[in-house]
Each structure stands twice: as C-alpha cells, then as structure tokens.
Design a protein around this ligand. Structure first.
Ligand code: UDP
Length: 235
C-alpha cells in the first residue's frame, strides 16, 4: 500500500520488488512511470496542484532521499529503505542487459547521453542502448521520431524536475517504451562528468551532507528538510 505525505503518494517497494513489478508489467505491455519523491518535491507540490496531481499519477513513486524515510518513521509507516533515482536506473539497466530489453537515454547537454551510454555498456556488458538524444532538443516531432524509431523498451529522461515528469506524462502513450523514469542529473554522473558522494556517505544516508560540503549554496535547498518533517509531524 502506498503511503501519503502531505498529499503525495510514496511506494513502499524496495529495489527487488520494483524490478519484478516493472518487468512483469513490461511483459504484459503495461506502461509504467517511475518518479523519484523527495521532501523538496513534496513541498513544491504544496502550492502547485498540477505538480501534486502529476506526482500522484505516476505508477511508482520511489522514496528518494532520507527525508521521506524519516517522515515514514515519524508516522509509523513502512517505507524503510531509500530507493534513489540513479540506483533504480542502474538496477533497471542491469535487468535490461540480462533480459535483452532496449534502453533509450533522453536528456542532459549534447554529448553527455552518449558518454552515459558508454558508461552503461562498460558496466553492463550486453546492454542495448538503442538511442540517445540531448535534453535541449525541444521539437516534439524530432523527439518522438528519435525515440520511436529506436524502439526502446525503457526510456530514461534526464531534464531535471519537474520538466522530465511533465514530458513523460504528456508523451508516454504515444511513445514506444513501456518503462519511463525521470532521472534528473544521472546522465552527468554516469558519463563521469559529476562524481557521486563516496560509498561511505551513501551507506550512512549522508549523501546530502557530502553535497553540502562540496556546494555550500545547497543549504537553501536543504533547509527544506526540517520544514518538511515539521509539517508532516503536525498533520
Ligand atoms: N537539462 C536538460 N534540458 C533542459 C534543462 C536541463 O537536459 O532543458 C539537464 C541538465 O543538463 C542536467 C539535468 O537536466 O543534466 C538536470 O539535472 P539536475 O541535477 O538539476 O536535476 P535534479 O535531479 O536536481 O532535478
């Protein structure tokens, strides 16, 4: 059962359960839309009803960010482990390589998706990345043709939030793929242009702290977390 924080749904499944559900749905030709939920998006949705509706229309709202886990604990809920956007993407790619499903990468600056493709091919030998397109291509006809001609089963969209989510919801019915995920800055990471926090930080749920050390101006974004938790508690 999904949990709801300030009007936004969150799915309780872990990586294995999500992979199983996604690839079963793919076999049944059912479309799936995955969106990553974090306190920033939930707070943004408070005064944006369209965004709230959009987030709730996704099939799977993965608990990205430690804030959602803390909120679930505070509320006696069952969401116990983070499912990050980039790790979910990697798990999907791993499964795609094993089952012969094709992947398309749409987003990021010109050249980055191709580098991300190389990164994926090194990591998951045999993976079929059937196409890439940069996220600054805005002509709907060009985008649709590029994706549909490549006949991918899975589409990752890396254009930042909520642009990538709006793109997916508005286009998923006319696009060839069955699995759609918005993955933010993940292509920049996969291409090696941006480094993720060291594993120790990741394991302790302190990726946010590492990013804060690297980019102190993120403090403004991160001040949202205590506000979010207080609001959840008060409800
Ligand atoms: N981007 C894009 N098209 C645009 C604007 C941004 O493809 O019109 C890309 C940008 O190059 C970057 C990603 O979207 O790779 C945004 O990453 P960010 O980390 O800001 O996303 P977040 O996960 O924070 O939403």
């Amino acid at each position: 059962m999904k949990e709801n924080f300030l009007g936004v749904d969150v799915s309780p499944e872990n990586y294995d359960e999500l992979i199983k559900a996604l690839f079963n749905r793919l076999e049944q030709k059912q479309k799936s839309f995955i969106v990553a939920i974090n306190p920033e998006k939930v707070m943004k949705a408070q005064d944006d009803q369209n965004l709230k509706a959009l987030l709730n229309r996704a099939d799977f709202q993965i608990p990205d960010g430690i804030g959602i886990i803390l909120a679930s604990k505070l509320k006696g809920g069952n969401v116990r482990s983070r499912v990050t956007g980039i790790d979910m993407m990697m798990r999907i790619c791993e499964e795609a390589a094993q089952t012969g499903k094709k992947v398309f990468l749409f987003g990021a600056k010109p050249g980055v998706a191709e580098e991300a493709k190389k990164g994926l091919e090194e990591r998951y030998p045999g993976i079929q990345v059937s196409g890439t397109l940069n996220g600054y291509e805005k002509d709907p006809a060009v985008i649709e043709a590029a994706i549909n001609e490549a006949k991918p089963d899975i589409l990752f969209v890396a254009m930042g939030s909520p642009a990538q989510e709006y793109f997916i919801i508005e286009n998923m019915q006319k696009l060839y793929p069955h699995i759609f995920q918005g993955v933010g800055g993940s292509f920049d990471v996969l291409s090696g242009r941006i480094k993720r926090a060291p594993e120790g930080f990741q394991r302790l749920g302190l990726e946010w702290f590492y990013r804060l050390l690297k980019e102190p101006k993120r403090i403004k974004r991160q001040m949202i977390l205590p506000k979010f938790l207080l609001k959840v508690l008060k409800k």
